[in-house]
Design a protein around this ligand. Sequence first.
Ligand SMILES: [Zn+2]
Length: 461
Amino acid sequence: MYLTKVEGKLILPDQTPPSNLQYPPDYYSSSKALLETALEKIPMYRSWKACDPGPQASVDDRYARMPALTKLDINTNFPGGVLPPEVELSAALENGEVQFIQTSGTTGDKITNIWNQPWWDASEKSSWKLNTHLARIAPGNHREAILVNPRNVGIVSDEVPLPMEDRRLARFLYLNEKTDPTAWPAEHMDRMIQEIGTFQPALLEANPSYLARLCRYASAGDKTVFQPGAIVFTYEYPTRMAIAQIRKVFPEVPFTSSYGTTETGYVFLQCEAGRFHQNSDFCRVDFEPLKAMHGGPALGRILVTPLHNPWSYLIHFETGDIVKLETGGRCPCGRESGLVLEAIAGRRANLTLTCEGRLVTLLELDTCLSNLPEVSIYQLVQLNQRSYELHLVSHVADREKHKHTAVSLLKSLYGREAGIEVIYDADIAPESTGKYLVSKCLFPIDLDACLDRQNVKGGCN
Ligand SMILES: [Zn+2]
């Protein structure tokens, strides 16, 4: 690779995307207009101007040189500094065109967003065409049952069970009003199973760990559950164990995973062939590869720019997802618009390190632990450079042998010198956000230092 210096800055050759990548006709013009408005008019991007090589450079190149937008940037500048001055936010809040909503991410950092419901609905609907089953059964007025933590969506009622009619909203039924799934009584799970049968949803949208819990209960009691047209996993990475537990109860139902954030709308949907396709009518996605020692160049992080939302000027937002590109960029399903991913490899908050300092994604850990039998739930916590705790919920009879298998699997991943403690728990609770963090590291990991800087141009320094 040849590097040249122009005006004191290091200029890297263009990253040529796979030649078969196609985008909607207005993808580049929208990306360009949004970037120029942000750089010219929006206080949050003031310091980014120095990174811009200018309109003579390609849109991809200009984006590639921008830093990553973080939740902290948004919080620091919200609301006046995140919009162009001519946008009249207070009038739109007053007439209900938009509203403020507060979210809490997996890492616990709260953020306030400007919520535009029609755009959100359009982004969701657009994503459905990326999966044949969803395109067929989800015309927009279909019945949908939702099994998630009410802290994420729905109504919280921990003490008093809410009747079904109080958990209905338009075409939706919220199956669960309780925030702690480890405290679900049998009657609560029986009620959910019974309501799925009464409501007969075309689509069941579920946080995979919550649906897996319900399915373990249904399997143990040999209970029959109504089979919806499809199941969509949201909010969490579905572990192989969770998918196997859900598959036992829903043997023929198509599963898919949907990835997005409150800030960016629907970003990737898993097609019927198992790959993930970019919802390129509604968002721009830039990929930044990791160094080869950490799994690059196919493995990296994504930075998302929502498109066509008049209330969003977020550029290069770091969603926290680590993804693995499909080699060659093609999928057997034939869809060709936007990036194609082999897998979502988990979240940044799920990353751990081997004893030698190599990044381990949740995908890699999960693949390794899928060889451990008789486990309901697991959680891996890295305490320091060489110490790991593996928490297991398991009814296995011979714990010593089981423990030995677990340690040997993890040593093959993290290194022979890894200190691994296996702890059998009665249950494992989700984080305070309502989502499970299947793996986590208790000390900070410098992801920026793991990016392949030869192929990541972001930053102005
Ligand atoms: Zn596909």
